[in-house]
Design a protein around this ligand. Structure first.
Ligand code: SF4
Length: 863
């Protein structure tokens, strides 16, 4: 039977229809009735069915690597927390939670630590994603309120995308925007981003501003709007305060500092001034900055001045990275907030404490993510419980995080996945349910609460996160307050708290759902809390009900480039991977798009360093290093470099880029500056490159560079080394045959293979130069049961399958070369390429890249 649920990846929050196949898998389709996606889906969502296997799952509790009973594990967790608090006080305990948790899980964690353990040392990995938006909202509106709805993008005449690669990071919203633009060609799109991303494909104007100069640009816009009288005078007069101070700061900003063409800046300012229906949509390029909160307020200032907020087609709009970042905000899972959008004010502490009948309410904000793990490192936090997140890979200065965990007395992790960098570093491992098995709610970026419903049974001994927390709470003597029997019980309590003594003074109020029965919860349809938009008629949540203009004074990123580290490192996402690849990494289709960890750098910077395309390079910063494949690209400004944040120590030798990222944070929001680390890049003296495909995992010898992805029925490795090729080949062949035994056959052109009983068990090819087509050539032989004589001969000659040039369309497995060939044969539009190859005809996530190839072909023909 099909089940309606929600995608577990990005903050768009698409509805999914999952149809179990009875064998542990499921067919996945977009939900045509879900308001967020209306039948659309992206490549990641469409591949969810390929990520459901139980390989790599944590299925039983473990202590120090040994399987134990739930009783023993829970007793040990409770005993460790009790003992730590008795000896060192509550602030020696911390939780680090996740936007992957469901709201009900989040609620349980927050209630336990803030109401019953007596500390607010709980922070969520959403701190890395949108804490600056939360802080900016609160400064401007008096509450963490996203004023608008997704349909505003479609109704706007001008959409300004700031620090957002919507095409890759929120693909279904991009599809909606693209469709709206096709329907209303007068709509204009401006992209403000130092990098030329795929989102620029639909932009009328791309402002590749100097990194970190966003405040200058929006300050200058505010001053221009004011000077030329584009002011909603009545709205400003009745509903705001602080304009003069904001203007004084804005007038000191010179847009020349943004390093943009003055004509482009003038065009942007002109369009903004003339277009009433303007949405400014922003994401991590704004938030992940040591000035992130000021960036948020600088752009909100422009909307307040023009009164463009809370009405159709207009407003500032923060789009979150994670599926339930908003749910976390609602339950107060940030260290500096309380449940139900309350704060650490005395009345709120008292109110929440009375509602929970909490014996030991936290009375002050706790430590935010980066400072929390720094406190673990200093030994001040002695017990840390990590839930559904991978900070050893995702936090900045990640090696220090790993060291901190290794040296911490009590390290607990609740996880669905066995093989993560963080699980490796924790002593007590608690198996949690994964997406397909969990039941609860999530909130997307437009405040829409949707049900996530289980459609597969719980595997092994895995349990819901809220259950694990409640069991620990009971062992600590708080059984009455944690006596939930279902996610529905938690939802009712969460809804009741939101309405508790809420006379309209708090934006978040779903109290009407507090009496929902189990059947009502089971069938709950997606709904947007708050009803519709906020603030069209004022009604802000500061005590005087007025919004605040915030005076934003531009400041440079925390760490400036230097002679030693002259380049600026920017990190972000790629199209087909999600966070640390624990799920998307299982999909062959998705792995094909960007199969290796790369660094994009400007061709001028590459040439100056003698770095050729495909070279193995080392990135160094003051904090750490990474080893990656170089990809020179003029999409990146000179002086900058871009690296995806997905690769972990499980998947690569040193592709875990956060080891090199600086730990500077915004002083208000605590959000790390993940997009601006001074680095240097140098080519390594690599002597050889290789590709290995093997049915069973290979324990590789010590190498300069390796990556590992799963593929259809085999493991794929790309390797490179600085030692002589001959000795490397011997070491690799020995490693290969250890786990893939059988006769070893040497072929031509660096090929070596294990073929046992006619079946290819493993194959490796090595050469002095990098050959990025080797995997495409060799993979077809792994799919054959018994190799025929001709096939064996072809394999030992190096394989005969064509070079695919990388994956273009993950949905239909269409390669870049196939699309190129279709264009060469005369396909001159997206539709024509789709008709010829099927690429771009399903989820549409690859359409921006197809357009790039079409444009390149047009330019070539015109030259
Ligand atoms: Fe999932 Fe893609 Fe929708 Fe995001 S856009 S929620 S990743 S299907």
């Amino acid at each position: 039977m099909s089940v309606r649920t929600t995608c577990p990846y990005c903050g768009v929050g698409c509805g999914i229809v999952a149809t179990p196949d009875g064998k542990g898998g499921a067919a996945i389709a977009a939900d045509p009735d879900h308001p967020a996606n209306q039948g659309r889906i992206c490549s990641k969502g469409a591949a969810l069915g390929e990520t459901l296997s139980l390989e790599d799952r944590l299925l039983h509790p473990e202590i120090d690597g040994q399987r134990v009973s739930w009783e023993a594990a829970l007793d040990t967790v409770a005993g460790g927390l009790r003992d730590t608090i008795a000896r060192h006080g509550p602030d020696a305990v911390a939780f680090y939670v996740s936007g992957q948790l469901l709201t009900e899980d989040y609620y349980a964690a927050n209630k336990l630590i803030k109401g019953f353990l007596g500390t607010a040392n709980i922070d969520t990995n959403s701190r890395l994603c949108m804490a600056s938006s939360v802080a900016g909202h609160k400064r401007a509106f008096g509450s963490d309120t996203v004023p608008g709805l997704y349909e505003d993008f479609e109704q706007a005449d001008l959409v300004v995308l700031v620090g957002s690669n919507l095409a890759w990071c929120h693909p279904v919203l991009f599809q909606r925007l693209e469709a709206a633009r096709r329907a209303r060609p007068r709509m204009k799109v401006v992209v403000i981003d130092p990098r030329r991303t795929e989102t620029c494909d639909i932009a009328d104007l791309h402002l590749a501003l100097k990194p970190g100069s966003d405040v200058v640009l929006f300050n200058a816009l505010l001053a221009v709007l004011h000077r030329q009288g584009t002011v909603a005078a009545e709205f400003v007069e009745r509903h705001t305060t602080g304009l003069e101070a904001a203007l004084a700061a804005a007038k000191a900003s010179d847009p020349a500092e943004c390093e943009l063409r003055p004509a482009d800046v003038a065009t942007f300012f002109d369009w903004f001034a003339r277009t009433e229906r303007t949405v400014t949509l922003y994401s991590q390029g704004v938030n992940q900055s040591s000035a992130g909160t000021d960036k948020v307020n600088a752009l909100i200032n422009c909307h307040l001045l023009t009164g463009r907020i809370g009405r159709p087609g207009m407003g500032p709009f923060s789009i979150t990275g994670q599926p339930n970042a908003m749910g976390g905000r609602e339950v107060g899972a940030l260290a500096n907030t309380l449940a139900a959008h309350m704060d650490f004010s005395l009345p709120d502490i008292d109110r929440v404490g009375r509602f929970w009948r909490a014996p030991r309410m936290a009375t002050k904000p706790g430590l935010k993510a980066v400072e929390l793990f720094e406190a673990v490192g200093r030994g001040e936090i002695k017990a840390v419980w990590i839930m559904a997140t991978n900070p050893v890979a995702s936090l900045p200065n990640a090696d220090a995080v790993r060291e901190a965990l290794r040296n911490c007395e009590h390290t607990i992790v609740s996880e669905a996945i066995r093989a993560t960098d963080t699980v490796d570093a924790c002593r007590i491992r608690l198996p949690a349910l994964a997406w397909a098995e969990k039941d609860g709610t999530v909130t997307n970026s437009e405040r829409r609460i949707s049900r996530q419903r289980s459609f597969l049974p719980a595997p092994g001994e895995a349990q819901p996160d809220w259950w694990i927390l409640a069991q620990v709470a009971r062992r600590l003597g708080f059984g009455d307050a944690f006596a939930w029997n279902s996610a529905a019980d938690l939802f009712r309590e969460h809804a009741a708290l939101s309405g508790f003594e809420n006379d309209g003074s708090r934006d978040f109020d779903i109290g009407a759902h507090a009496a929902i029965d189990d059947e009502g919860y089971r069938t709950l349809a997606p709904f947007t809390w708050g009803g519709g938009r906020f603030f069209a008629e004022g009604g802000f949540f500061h005590a005087d009900r007025r919004a605040r203009f915030v005076a934003t004074v531009p400041r440079l990123p925390a760490h400036a480039p230097s002679v030693e580290h002259p380049l600026r490192l920017n990190t972000g996402r790629v199209r087909d991977q999600w966070h640390t690849m624990t799920r998307t990494g299982k999909s062959v289709r998705l792995a094909g798009h960007r199969p290796e960890p790369t660094v994009e750098l400007n061709p001028r910077d590459a040439a100056a360093r003698g770095i050729a395309p495909g070279a193995v390079v080392r990135i160094d910063s003051r904090w750490g290093h990474a080893v990656l494949r170089a990809h020179p690209s003029d999409a990146v400004r000179a002086g900058e470099a871009f690296v995806p944040m997905h690769w972990t120590a499980k998947l690569s030798r040193a592709g875990r880029i956060n080891a090199a990222v600086n730990p500077a944070v915004d002083p208000i929001s605590g959000q790390p500056e993940l997009k601006h680390t001074p680095i240097e890049i140098r080519a390594l003296a690599v002597q050889w490159h290789g590709t290995i495909l093997a049915r069973r995992p290979v324990m590789l010898p010590r190498l300069t560079y390796w990556t590992h992805v799963t593929a259809a029925g085999h493991h794929a490795y790309v390797v490179a080394g600085e030692q002589p090729l001959a000795s490397a080949r011997r070491a690799l062949a020995a490693a290969l045959r250890t786990t893939n035994p059988g006769p070893w056959l040497e072929g031509e052109a660096g090929i070596g293979a294990v073929i046992a009983d006619g079946r290819l068990e493993a194959v490796m090819v090595t050469a002095e130069s990098y050959d990025d087509s080797a995997r495409d050539r060799l993979a077809p032989f792994m799919a054959v049961g018994r190799l025929g004589v001709d096939q064996r001969t072809a394999l030992l000659r190096g394989g005969e399958a064509g070079d695919r040039g990388g994956e273009m369309c993950a949905c239909y497995g269409v390669s870049c070369n196939a699309v190129d060939a279709a264009i060469a044969r005369g396909a001159s539009s997206l539709d024509a390429v789709g008709a010829a190859t099927r690429a771009g005809t399903n989820c549409g996530s690859c359409r921006p890249e197809i357009r790039v190839l079409l444009r390149a072909a047009r330019l070539k023909r015109a030259a």
